[in-house]
Design a protein around this ligand. Structure first.
Ligand SMILES: N[C@@H](CCC(=O)N[C@@H](CS)C(=O)NCC(=O)O)C(=O)O
Length: 222
């Protein structure tokens, strides 16, 4: 019998959400261990012994551990070859990794500037910086939207890939941040995603409609 799959994540972790999506869409049973970042559970010695970086997500499969959301997706995709999240042909693989690398090396970065003031510290005095960071998303979302071809509907090819799974939580986070009451007064003009970036909006909507995805939406965001 295959060993159980265990995931360590936070409720509402952008990167953990990717792994949860892949497992949920494919109906894989797994044990989800939610760590509490407020209590610093990800820095506790027993967790750091498993993941020396003290970050989530972390996947445990038997005695094997893997961290980094994309590396976890690669591992799972190899465990379940029917998923084909990383393409088949050389060109499909290249296109998917190109998009995933751009998401993690470029597109996601403004979130690290936006999340602390908007969710935790307060935006007073930081309005200009907030607007600038949303502006970066507007540029990137326009590019992503333009790159989705009308007949293929996905970021890198004609079916769901790791690139789509990687961008989904980013879009949901941007939506959530832009909808905060104090932020919405800054006239950022990025919402609704469905109207401003219809093909990208359609992509996240299609993922929403996949099995079990709805239940992964962070409960305290509703
Ligand atoms: N590149 C990593 C990013 C992991 C990451 O930054 N996780 C955040 C939560 S979304 C975390 O663990 N933060 C806690 C910390 O850095 O102390 C991945 O893709 O898994």
């Amino acid at each position: 019998m295959n060993p159980a799959i265990e995931l360590f994540t936070f409720q509402g972790s952008l990167f953990g959400w990717r792994v949860q999506l892949a497992l949920a869409i494919n109906n894989v049973d797994y044990v989800c261990n939610y760590l509490d970042p407020v209590k610093g559970e990800h820095k506790a010695p027993d967790y750091v012994a498993l993941n020396p970086r003290g970050k989530v997500p972390l996947l445990k499969h038997g005695e094997f551990f893997v961290r980094e959301s994309i590396a976890i997706l690669v591992y799972l995709d190899s465990l379940y070859p029917e998923w084909q999240l990383f393409g088949n042909t050389s060109q499909e693989k290249a296109k998917i990794y190109q998009q995933v690398c751009e998401i993690d090396n470029i597109i996601v970065l403004p979130l690290f500037e936006l999340i602390p003031p908007i969710f935790f510290g307060g935006i007073a005095g930081k309005e200009e910086e907030i607007i600038e960071n949303f502006q970066k998303f507007k540029v990137e979302f326009t590019m992503l939207n333009d790159n989705i071809s009308a007949d293929e509907n996905w970021l890198a090819g004609d079916k769901l890939s790791a690139a789509d799974i990687a961008i989904y939580p980013v879009v949901r986070f941007v939506e959530k941040l832009a909808a905060q009451e104090d932020v919405s007064k800054l006239n950022i003009d990025i919402l609704p995603i469905q109207e401003k970036y219809p093909k990208l909006g359609n992509l996240v909507q299609k993922i929403d409609e996949m099995p079990n995805v709805e239940s992964l939406y962070p409960p305290d965001w509703r």
